[in-house]
Design a protein around this ligand. Sequence first.
Ligand code: CP
Length: 346
Amino acid sequence: MDFFSNQLRINHMRRFTSVHDLVGTDQHGLQSALSDAVALKKDPWSMSTLGTRKTLGLLFMNPSLRTRMSTHKAASLLGMDTMILNAGSDSWTLETRDGVIMDGAATEHIKDAAAVMGEYCDILGLRTFAGLTDRNADYEERVLELFVRYAGVPFISLESATRHPLQSFADLITIETLKTVKRPRVVLTWAPHPKALPQAVANSFVEWMLAADVDLVVTHPQGYELAPSFMQGSAFADDSSAAVQGATLVYDQNAAFEGADFVYAKNWSNYNDYGAITSKDMGWTVNAGKMALTNNARFMHCLPVRRNMIVTDEVIDSPQSVILEQAANRVVSAQTVLMRMLQGLV
Ligand code: CP
């Protein structure tokens, strides 16, 4: 049994860290969550007293614009109070390694911070990016798991080392509400970036798309292969689960774009040569010529985006671009997850 299968068995507690936590064992789980999301999008104040007298606590170990504001807004729509801390600037610097002698810069251990925050809050969220130096530590989600273990209250991931589930759920809501065919062709394309970025958004997008009713194609330069467990759709499959259809990998970006209904651009660093940048090939930048190969595809990106590196201004500012719909749907995804947590369904 691999790490992820084991994690599923021992740690299926009240948490939202992946699509699995929303879908559960119900075959129609994702569709039901999408229905809830569509209803909340239509009438955002319909559950405005559900969270009365409940407090959401959000701890950010990394910067954020969308996750911070959309999750706060989602909680407000449910009647919750929200407290937000940026670790190291408006709270203490945190130690995240377990069992170390704390004689360095960090003032407080994350497990003490989690336990204390759990005394003040009914639901806690944490953002903790991949360190990109120790693949095992990142893919075992050591920081997130420590936090969850000591928090003692339901937990929501605000992006962790390997996944960004609130983003992926918002992306799926965007695709579901804009698609013009029953089963759209969705292309995830790597694009160049000057800095080494985690694989979390790409992993998570693959994970959610494989659970949805879409044909997923992933395209990237040789060497940028994502973790096999994500590409094969087995990151959370247990021994008894039916075979999951994996993602299709196409190295030729132009071929991948042909007939696409949605193009999702994202950079990530190497998984195998962990954290390395082995290409900044601007030939992978999404431009109007590449979009012309598609089925008039919608352009997607989670933001923040490096313009004219990931995608040209011409494409991201065109009517085909749905980046603002995605950002708006971040409120809907967070509200749906918080609502289900408050109802005891997650
Ligand atoms: N897409 C996203 O998570 O944005 P932030 O990093 O600004 O929260």
